[in-house]
Design a protein. Structure first.
Length: 135
């Protein structure tokens, strides 16, 4: 089984996941743009169990559909590394794709909040596009 480790910039915080991603996607919502400081967030979902090493700072955000998402950051360097959704903490985790530092990581298969996508951002061919959050 494939094991992957994603870590923050300073190395204080890491998360180890196993298996292939349940899904890889990008989100163009304004909250993700502000949270990442980029024009979109690239996330990969993995099944639990997962192992977290290091200390985290947490931020709770309410999603448009009412979901409660807890984002975990490194308190030293500020890297936003992973998040969980309330009620699903024991089953899955979303990890920032860039934190794997793997240019061969699988590309996104879906794009949400496409209504907020910057016009110059090009998606991989075949990406399923949703104007907002499909859930």
């Amino acid at each position: 089984m494939v094991t992957r480790i994603a870590s923050c910039v300073c190395g204080q915080l890491s998360i180890e996941v196993s298996g292939e991603p349940l899904g890889v996607g990008v989100c163009h919502c304004l909250a993700c743009q502000q949270r990442t400081g980029s024009v979109f967030a690239a996330l990969a979902a993995f099944k639990a169990p997962y192992v977290v090493r290091g200390k985290t700072t947490e931020f709770l955000r309410l999603g448009d559909q009412g979901g409660r998402f807890t984002f975990r950051f490194c308190p030293v360097c500020g890297t936003n590394l992973f998040h969980t959704e309330e009620g699903y903490e024991e089953t899955s985790v979303g990890v920032a794709v860039g934190a794997f530092a793997d240019p061969d990581f699988p590309p996104p298969t879906d794009s949400v909040y496409d209504c907020r996508r910057h016009g110059w951002v090009q998606l991989p061919p075949g990406t399923i596009v949703f104007d907002k959050d499909p859930e």
